[in-house]
Design a protein around this ligand. Structure first.
Ligand code: FES
Length: 148
Protein backbone atom coordinates (compact mmCIF):
# COMPACT_ATOMS: atom_id res chain seq x y z
CA UNK A 1 0.00 0.00 0.00
CA UNK A 2 2.75 2.46 0.99
CA UNK A 3 4.76 1.51 -2.05
CA UNK A 4 1.76 2.16 -4.31
CA UNK A 5 1.22 5.59 -2.79
CA UNK A 6 4.89 6.47 -3.19
CA UNK A 7 4.80 5.38 -6.82
CA UNK A 8 1.62 7.40 -7.39
CA UNK A 9 3.22 10.52 -5.87
CA UNK A 10 6.31 10.06 -8.00
CA UNK A 11 4.15 9.73 -11.11
CA UNK A 12 2.27 12.92 -10.19
CA UNK A 13 5.53 14.76 -9.58
CA UNK A 14 6.81 13.61 -12.96
CA UNK A 15 3.59 14.66 -14.71
CA UNK A 16 3.73 18.04 -12.90
CA UNK A 17 7.27 18.44 -14.11
CA UNK A 18 6.18 17.76 -17.71
CA UNK A 19 2.98 19.86 -17.54
CA UNK A 20 3.43 22.66 -15.00
CA UNK A 21 0.34 24.49 -13.74
CA UNK A 22 1.04 28.22 -14.21
CA UNK A 23 -1.85 29.42 -12.04
CA UNK A 24 -0.78 27.89 -8.75
CA UNK A 25 0.37 31.28 -7.48
CA UNK A 26 -2.97 32.99 -8.15
CA UNK A 27 -2.40 33.97 -11.77
CA UNK A 28 -5.40 35.04 -13.86
CA UNK A 29 -4.96 32.13 -16.23
CA UNK A 30 -5.72 28.48 -15.84
CA UNK A 31 -3.33 25.82 -17.06
CA UNK A 32 -2.94 25.91 -20.81
CA UNK A 33 -3.34 29.72 -21.06
CA UNK A 34 -7.12 29.61 -20.69
CA UNK A 35 -8.37 32.71 -18.81
CA UNK A 36 -10.05 32.00 -15.52
CA UNK A 37 -13.81 32.69 -15.72
CA UNK A 38 -13.73 34.30 -12.32
CA UNK A 39 -11.23 37.00 -13.26
CA UNK A 40 -12.15 37.33 -16.94
CA UNK A 41 -12.55 41.01 -17.74
CA UNK A 42 -15.81 41.97 -19.34
CA UNK A 43 -15.38 45.06 -21.45
CA UNK A 44 -18.20 47.59 -21.70
CA UNK A 45 -19.75 48.24 -25.11
CA UNK A 46 -20.47 51.57 -26.70
CA UNK A 47 -23.13 51.73 -29.39
CA UNK A 48 -23.31 54.74 -31.68
CA UNK A 49 -26.96 55.02 -32.65
CA UNK A 50 -27.47 53.76 -36.19
CA UNK A 51 -23.83 52.84 -36.58
CA UNK A 52 -21.25 50.68 -34.83
CA UNK A 53 -21.18 48.89 -31.53
CA UNK A 54 -17.74 48.26 -30.12
CA UNK A 55 -16.03 47.14 -26.94
CA UNK A 56 -14.05 49.65 -24.92
CA UNK A 57 -11.47 49.23 -22.20
CA UNK A 58 -13.18 50.21 -18.97
CA UNK A 59 -12.19 53.70 -17.84
CA UNK A 60 -11.32 55.03 -21.29
CA UNK A 61 -12.50 58.53 -22.17
CA UNK A 62 -15.63 58.32 -24.27
CA UNK A 63 -14.37 60.80 -26.86
CA UNK A 64 -11.28 58.65 -27.47
CA UNK A 65 -13.34 55.48 -27.68
CA UNK A 66 -15.59 57.10 -30.29
CA UNK A 67 -12.66 58.42 -32.29
CA UNK A 68 -10.74 55.14 -32.12
CA UNK A 69 -13.80 53.37 -33.51
CA UNK A 70 -13.39 55.39 -36.70
CA UNK A 71 -16.09 57.98 -36.04
CA UNK A 72 -14.75 61.51 -36.67
CA UNK A 73 -16.19 63.18 -33.59
CA UNK A 74 -15.18 66.78 -33.03
CA UNK A 75 -13.09 67.76 -30.00
CA UNK A 76 -12.01 71.25 -30.91
CA UNK A 77 -10.67 72.34 -27.49
CA UNK A 78 -8.59 69.21 -27.04
CA UNK A 79 -10.70 67.72 -24.29
CA UNK A 80 -10.78 70.61 -21.80
CA UNK A 81 -14.56 70.98 -21.46
CA UNK A 82 -14.57 74.36 -23.19
CA UNK A 83 -16.00 73.94 -26.68
CA UNK A 84 -18.91 71.43 -26.40
CA UNK A 85 -18.17 70.08 -29.90
CA UNK A 86 -17.64 66.62 -28.39
CA UNK A 87 -21.15 66.57 -26.95
CA UNK A 88 -23.16 63.36 -27.13
CA UNK A 89 -26.78 62.59 -26.42
CA UNK A 90 -27.23 59.49 -24.27
CA UNK A 91 -29.94 57.03 -25.24
CA UNK A 92 -28.91 54.63 -22.46
CA UNK A 93 -26.17 54.08 -19.93
CA UNK A 94 -25.54 57.71 -19.03
CA UNK A 95 -23.13 57.90 -16.08
CA UNK A 96 -24.63 59.64 -13.07
CA UNK A 97 -21.49 61.54 -12.06
CA UNK A 98 -20.59 64.82 -13.71
CA UNK A 99 -17.50 66.87 -12.90
CA UNK A 100 -17.85 70.63 -12.18
CA UNK A 101 -16.12 71.69 -15.42
CA UNK A 102 -18.55 69.69 -17.55
CA UNK A 103 -21.57 70.92 -15.59
CA UNK A 104 -20.49 74.55 -15.83
CA UNK A 105 -19.87 74.42 -19.59
CA UNK A 106 -23.13 72.61 -20.32
CA UNK A 107 -25.03 75.11 -18.16
CA UNK A 108 -23.42 78.09 -19.89
CA UNK A 109 -24.41 76.74 -23.31
CA UNK A 110 -27.92 75.71 -22.25
CA UNK A 111 -27.16 72.04 -22.92
CA UNK A 112 -27.43 70.63 -19.41
CA UNK A 113 -29.88 67.74 -19.33
CA UNK A 114 -29.66 67.19 -23.09
CA UNK A 115 -26.04 66.38 -23.74
CA UNK A 116 -22.86 65.25 -22.03
CA UNK A 117 -19.29 66.15 -22.96
CA UNK A 118 -17.66 62.96 -24.17
CA UNK A 119 -14.23 64.35 -23.27
CA UNK A 120 -15.31 64.35 -19.61
CA UNK A 121 -17.07 60.98 -19.51
CA UNK A 122 -15.28 57.71 -18.80
CA UNK A 123 -16.71 54.48 -20.15
CA UNK A 124 -17.45 52.23 -17.20
CA UNK A 125 -20.57 50.47 -18.47
CA UNK A 126 -22.57 49.76 -21.61
CA UNK A 127 -23.94 52.86 -23.30
CA UNK A 128 -25.78 53.95 -26.42
CA UNK A 129 -25.04 57.44 -27.68
CA UNK A 130 -25.81 59.84 -30.48
CA UNK A 131 -22.95 62.25 -31.23
CA UNK A 132 -24.39 65.06 -33.39
CA UNK A 133 -21.19 66.79 -34.58
CA UNK A 134 -18.78 65.20 -37.03
CA UNK A 135 -15.67 66.79 -38.46
CA UNK A 136 -16.59 65.53 -41.94
CA UNK A 137 -20.07 67.10 -41.82
CA UNK A 138 -18.73 70.45 -40.68
CA UNK A 139 -15.72 70.39 -43.02
CA UNK A 140 -13.31 71.29 -40.21
CA UNK A 141 -10.51 69.39 -38.47
CA UNK A 142 -11.61 67.38 -35.41
CA UNK A 143 -9.18 69.17 -33.10
CA UNK A 144 -6.21 68.12 -31.04
CA UNK A 145 -6.60 64.61 -29.64
CA UNK A 146 -7.55 64.78 -25.95
CA UNK A 147 -5.19 63.17 -23.46
CA UNK A 148 -6.03 59.76 -22.01
S1 FES B 1 -15.59 70.22 -24.67
FE1 FES B 1 -14.09 70.54 -26.14
S2 FES B 1 -13.44 68.55 -26.60
FE2 FES B 1 -14.95 68.23 -25.12
Amino acid sequence: MRKERRQQRERLRFVSYLYPFPNRGGSEERAGGVPSRKKEKIMPTVAIEGRDTFEVESGKKLVLAIEDSGYDILHRCGGYARCTTCKVHFLSGEPSEMNPAERETLEEDGLLGQYRLSCQVRVTGDMTIDPPDRAGDRGIPAGERPED
